[in-house]
Design a protein around this ligand. Sequence first.
Ligand code: ZN
Length: 242
Amino acid sequence: MATALTFRDLPHTRESLATVVMVAEDGVVITDATLFYPQGGGQPGDRGSFITADGRELAVHDTRKGENGTVLHRLDPDHGLVVGQSVTQKLDWPLRHAHMRMHTALHLLSVVVPHGVTGGSIGADRGRLDFDLGDASFDKDELTARLSGLIEADYPVTSEWIAESELDAHPELVKTMSVAPPRGAGDVRMVRIGDIDYQPCGGTHVASTAEIGAVRIASIKNRGARNRRFTLVWASESGGGQ
Ligand SMILES: [Zn+2]
């Protein structure tokens, strides 16, 4: 049975009850629903804990996608959970919120750098996107100023589902050439940022762009003849821009 992906519609929910539906090898636990984002689309799997009714707090070290739409939480092998047991899922919220903020910031980066995305990754401290830039060039301070403007304008971030056939009829909506958009049951999830960005995405996002906080472009580096790697950090981070 597929795991209900509670984090999709409720990305700001930090704690929620769930029921254990499967206990597998190596500390892997599957629940009927989950707040924990499984690694994918460049975003790391969530960490946090499961709290039992008798007050034991069991660390969740990582979250991955399993087969048939399941989500696999990796706990210590001696967790002692059994099928049918209720647990309170509790996210490592500072980590997950940083991922949400950086993930949404990378959407904005794809707005100010309107070229095909060839790769990317999201971390709590930094994120990056690789673009097939061709002959185009960008100034990092100018890009930082444009990103700041989009963040301060506080555009709402929303999601909706459209038919796969609709996306197939509009391939220009897919900006990321290296990651297939999330699909399932004939529909694909679209994420909209005001009237500036609209693309398929299965990740977790902030509610509006001001929630991202201040960012800056730390570096723009060559990654081959046409590819450039843009690295984004929090503006409060000190250091030499590497
Ligand atoms: Zn996204």
